[in-house]
Write a protein that binds this ligand. Structure first.
Ligand code: FE2
Length: 360
């Protein structure tokens, strides 16, 4: 099999990128994934037995299908984003590249997508297994987890990757851990400095397997952060009572996950109980640990718009208010909530149309 050269690959990117901005975003990410993969497979010690040239080409081409998700106005189809894998495969096959190269596009997402995942989550791709099979595919898939094309792009540590994968299930966290055991962890510091992309670290919430039947819900909570249409935060003021975690602090709406509930069900129920409002589609933001409070693991979600303070019929807590992002430093915010807002929510607010980095 002839492996395309870096020049040929860049020419393919240039040919299919709809805008210079898309080319910069996607190609830079691909180069970073290639550098991470190269770093992981060139470590001293027993070789991983992967073909470094194939890894390089696979890394540089894995996300080429993203270009097919831009509409004529230059907007990316975020909702159908997962399609970029199969679209990339089709693009590469149409360009005459061999199956073994094209598979890096269709078989690199997350830690692998199964037919059952496609069906259960109603993913907009043909039901099939999209799992990394070769060592090269596994390495590109693994390396891809450590860098995200968010606005702004970021690196994630291995523990932050594991925390992020948890929303897709414990089996995904285990699959990631298996790759982590094989390939080790990349050194992100030099790349972070070279590209100016921050490193996001989060505690690894991998809970050791407990005895059967324990739903682990006693130690879990869910919280909703509400972004207003104009980019403020509609927050919940906690009671200032001794004995409760983070008294008198501002936070989102939420509470403990009950036995048998998913975190999404918990966040909907808690918000309804506290505010009287139904929340249709909370978007997962991140996992956090309330280190300064009761030590619980908290799944944070957010929504944008649709809720005004006057709509809220508050049943718990001291009050609600909309706070401007620039007022957060002077506000008493629950520490883990503040960390989640700064690391995860503000980049999203900044990237919205009308935000400082908005592309819309
Ligand atoms: Fe991708």
């Amino acid at each position: 099999m002839r492996i395309p050269t870096d020049e040929e690959i860049l020419a393919l990117h240039s040919k299919h990128a709809p805008t210079p901005g898309a080319l910069d975003l996607v190609y830079t990410h691909c180069v970073i994934v290639g550098t991470l993969a190269e770093q992981l497979c060139s470590r001293p010690g027993p070789g991983l037995g992967v073909d470094a040239d194939l890894v390089r080409a696979g890394s540089l081409l894995h996300d080429i299908g993203v270009y097919r998700l831009y509409d004529d106005a230059g907007n990316l189809d975020h909702a159908g984003y997962i399609r970029h894998g199969v679209l990339g495969y089709e693009l590469l096959r149409a360009e005459g590249l061999p199956e073994a190269i094209a598979r890096f596009a269709s078989h690199h997402i997350g830690v692998g997508i199964t037919r059952a995942d496609v069906l259960a989550q109603h993913l907009p791709i043909p039901p099939d297994d999209y799992l990394a099979e070769t060592g090269e595919e596994r390495l590109v898939m693994y390396a891809d987890n450590f860098h995200s094309k968010t606005t702004p792009p970021v690196f994630r540590t291995a523990s932050a990757c594991a925390a992020r994968l948890r929303r897709f299930g414990e089996d995904k966290v285990r699959a990631f851990q298996a790759m982590r055991d094989t390939f080790g962890e990349p050194d992100l510091a030099a790349l972070s400095e070279a590209y100016g992309h921050a490193v996001i670290d989060e505690p690894d919430l991998t809970v050791p397997d407990r005895s059967e039947g324990d739903p682990t819900s006693g130690r879990r909570a869910a919280m909703l952060l509400i972004v207003t249409e104009d980019g403020g935060l509609l927050m919940h003021h906690r009671d200032d009572k001794p004995g409760i975690p983070n008294p008198g602090c501002w936070a989102g709406f939420g509470g403990a996950v009950e036995a048998g509930e998913t975190v999404e069900e918990a966040v909907r129920r808690e918000v309804r109980e506290e505010t009287g409002l139904p929340i249709a589609d909370p978007i997962f933001l991140t996992e956090a640990v309330d280190h300064e409070g009761d030590g619980r693991a908290v799944s944070l979600f957010y929504i944008v718009g649709g809720v005004r303070p006057e709509d809220i019929d508050l049943q718990e807590g001291a009050g609600v208010a909309v706070h401007r992002v620039e007022d957060l430093p002077g506000l008493q915010v629950t520490p883990f909530v503040r960390r989640a807002i700064y690391s995860h929510l503000l980049p999203i607010i900044a990237g919205r149309p009308g935000g400082p980095n908005g592309r819309g």
